[in-house]
Design a protein around this ligand. Sequence first.
Ligand code: 4NP
Length: 157
Amino acid sequence: MRNRILFVCLGNICRSPTAEGVLAAIASSEFPGLPLYVDSAGTANYHVGEPPDRRTIAAARRRGYELAALRARQIAPEDFSGFDFVLAMDRANLDELARLAPPEVRAHVGLFLEFVRGLESDEVPDPYYGATEDFERVLDLCEAGARALLRRLSARP
Ligand code: 4NP
């Protein structure tokens, strides 16, 4: 198995659980048979053990993604070797990952949206202090990012 993916944001209650749920759902409907393990974590520990934000759950549910069973956790040093891809939602998360990484890193550590062409920005903006449309934007970007990443993984020989 070489398709182990960990999505990372700050709190693990808005963006990275959305990316996790969206990628898992799109993989099973559009890329059946692709071996995949997907998880998500936060760089911070503020919300450890909590389900996703209720606005995140509601926005995802409107598009048919069910996120309510997920629980937040903080990234751990072993994640940098236990996953093949550790993908941050924004540059602040990526900087924090560089700070938290142990000396030995086996994963590719980068931005989730680096696989998508033609976007204005390669970051998924934090919706936490935002409005409904900001949660919708997270979903739009996660759908685009998930399809781009899955296409890339399924095309590898
Ligand atoms: P996330 O959003 O990083 O996408 O899960 C946030 C969640 C919580 C906080 C900030 C961002 N917070 O400050 O508690």
